[in-house]
Design a protein around this ligand. Structure first.
Ligand code: HEC
Length: 206
């Protein structure tokens, strides 16, 4: 006869049940998400950047891909996505074509801080500044045509009035008298435009 197994202690039963419930829930949620993604015709995340490329912009897009920019940057679904500077989608709403052209030719002089990879010398992106000027110009035009929509994380303009998250934060944290004292810039296209221009100016400051 097999040795009699020790019954589980109540604490162990609870522990195993809780762990089991977690695992089953995770598996079910994963399956549900996969089914939802496969059935839905909408993308999981809304795209908030767009680009309408001119002829030179298209040339720049090509040069961007063949010159290794995509090892560190991302634009139009090409390349890596490592962070804010790395993701160049929408950059055209934050930087001007002139800024981009100046940066690419002389990164250290035109960047708002210390450059890491674009620093002239031994750094991995130092080669960029040595590329032919007309190629850098085309790339700068390309990048300036990568626009971000209002409310995207790469846009200096906050989302339109209907952002439930911002509304609830304002409701929770802003003192009542602010409603009469201040204007919500999301409601006024003129104020919004000026705020945007000010933000873009701010970004360009050394
Ligand atoms: C080895 C990685 C690397 C490569 C390759 C690279 N970059 Fe960068 N890039 C960076 C980093 C890091 C920054 C942030 C500034 C810095 O540290 O140099 C940056 C910043 C930039 C910026 C400024 C973004 C902003 O708004 O601050 C532009 C524009 C840019 N790179 C364009 C390019 C282009 C065009 C190429 C290809 C010709 C390229 N980069 C190749 C790493 C790289």
């Amino acid at each position: 006869m097999a040795k009699k197994q020790q019954p589980l202690k109540p604490g162990e039963k609870i522990l195993f049940t809780v762990a089991g419930v977690f695992i089953v829930f995770a598996i079910l949620a994963f399956i549900a998400m996969q089914i939802f993604m496969a059935k839905s015709d909408k993308p999981l995340f809304a795209t908030k950047t767009h680009a309408a490329l001119s002829a030179e912009g298209q040339q720049g897009s090509y040069l961007f891909r063949v010159n290794g920019c995509t090892t560190c940057h991302r634009a139009l679904r090409n390349g890596t996505n490592m962070g804010r500077t790395a993701d160049l989608d929408g950059i055209g709403s934050r930087r001007t074509m002139q800024w981009m052209y100046a940066f690419l030719q002389d990164p250290q002089k035109n960047y708002d801080g210390e450059t890491i990879d674009h620093l002239p010398g031994e750094r991995s992106a130092a080669y960029v500044a040595k590329m032919p000027k007309e190629e850098l110009h085309a790339i700068a035009v390309f990048l300036s045509e990568l626009k971000s929509d209002q409310g995207s994380s790469s846009s200096p303009i906050p989302p339109k009035g209907e952002s439930p998250f911002i509304d609830s934060m304002v409701k929770t944290w802003a003192p009542k008298e602010w409603k009469s004292k201040y204007k919500d810039i999301r409601d006024d296209p003129e104020v919004l435009k000026r705020a945007n221009e000010a933000a873009v100016e701010e970004m360009k400051k050394p």
